[in-house]
Design a protein around this ligand. Structure first.
Ligand SMILES: C[S@@+](CC[C@H](N)C(=O)[O-])C[C@H]1O[C@@H](n2cnc3c(N)ncnc32)[C@H](O)[C@@H]1O
Length: 279
């Protein structure tokens, strides 16, 4: 049975790592995503409403709203986000044409918030590690039996399963901020120690390897946290996203076409100032 692990639930205080969303500014980060998305859709609808109020034809108002949203979509950080911003507006048009009761919109929003609490939006929503993606990991980063390995943001447990395949003798642990995803991971990965919480607030000390499948902006703060908390020689492994400006120990081509980036925590006197967590 999965149990909470004391180290994972420890809340950090002043030594919190920089926020992943902006490389340091917690406050600014919360305005970026998903608020940027909501703002783009809202402005699209606002322009549409203003043009309609001024007597403009429906199709012209709709096209102007869409053009504005497409323009704003270009400012989103990743291709996936650009598509979400761009497609959401025409989809909201379709949805607005259906006769859904008001409470259904509220219920959908509540379900979304339960699935993805606020912080999860700023790191990464659910994209599971593809099966077999970590098969080359143990050869590149051999670990002793019994060491602790963390999937930081374990989602439904696919990363935990892949880590278990790679390191059958390691103690596999996970932390996840979304309660429904955590419960699903607990059902699927009874071999793992899992707990609910924020991956940035749990201690990474004591882990021989921390595995991440988050997003590009998470990588610099993740490296700073690893250097601040993990023992020299331990490892940070990241699927898809590299730590900017840091030479990896290895870069593995995984099944499914993704890259796995492997970093080794250096001794304290070799940690560059770029890896110092901001306070
Ligand atoms: C791309 S998914 C990866 C899931 C899993 N690691 C895997 O590889 O299959 C990222 C996961 O991180 C979780 N997450 C995002 N931000 C988090 C945070 N601050 N603390 C804990 N979990 C977080 C999300 O809810 C999501 O389940």
């Amino acid at each position: 049975m999965a149990v909470a692990h004391p180290d994972l639930s420890r809340a950090a205080g002043a030594d919190l790592p920089a926020d992943p969303a902006d490389g340091g500014g917690r406050q600014a980060a919360s305005w970026r995503w998903p608020l940027g998305l909501l703002a783009a859709w809202g402005l699209g609808w606002l322009l549409h409403a203003a043009l309609r109020a001024a007597g403009t034809a429906q199709w012209v108002a709709a096209a102007a709203g869409l053009a504005l949203v497409l323009l704003l979509a270009r400012r989103a950080a990743t291709p996936l986000r650009r598509s979400v911003v761009a497609l959401g507006y025409p989809l909201s048009w379709l949805a607005a044409g259906t006769a859904l009761p008001g409470w259904a919109w509220g219920a959908a929003l509540a379900a979304l918030l339960l699935l993805y609490p606020r912080r999860a939006w700023r790191d990464a929503p659910l994209f599971p590690t593809p099966a077999g993606a970590l098969d080359g990991l143990a050869a590149a980063a051999p670990l002793a039996a019994g060491v602790r390995v963390l999937d930081a943001g374990c989602g439904l447990g696919d990363g935990l399963l892949a880590l278990r395949r790679a390191y059958p003798l390691a103690q596999i642990e996970g932390i996840e901020s979304s309660l429904p995803l955590l419960l699903a991971a607990r059902l699927r990965c009874r071999f793992a120690r899992l707990c609910g919480g924020d991956l940035w607030r749990c201690a990474w000390s004591g882990y021989a390897l921390v595995y991440l499948f988050q997003r590009p902006e998470s990588m610099a703060p993740a490296w700073a946290k690893a250097c601040a908390e993990m023992a020299p020689g331990s490892r940070l492994a990241s699927l898809e996203f590299a730590v900017p400006g840091v030479a990896p120990e290895a870069r593995l081509a995984c099944a499914g076409g993704r890259l796995l980036w492997l970093y080794r925590v250096p001794p304290p006197d070799r940690i560059s100032s770029a890896a110092t967590p901001r306070r």
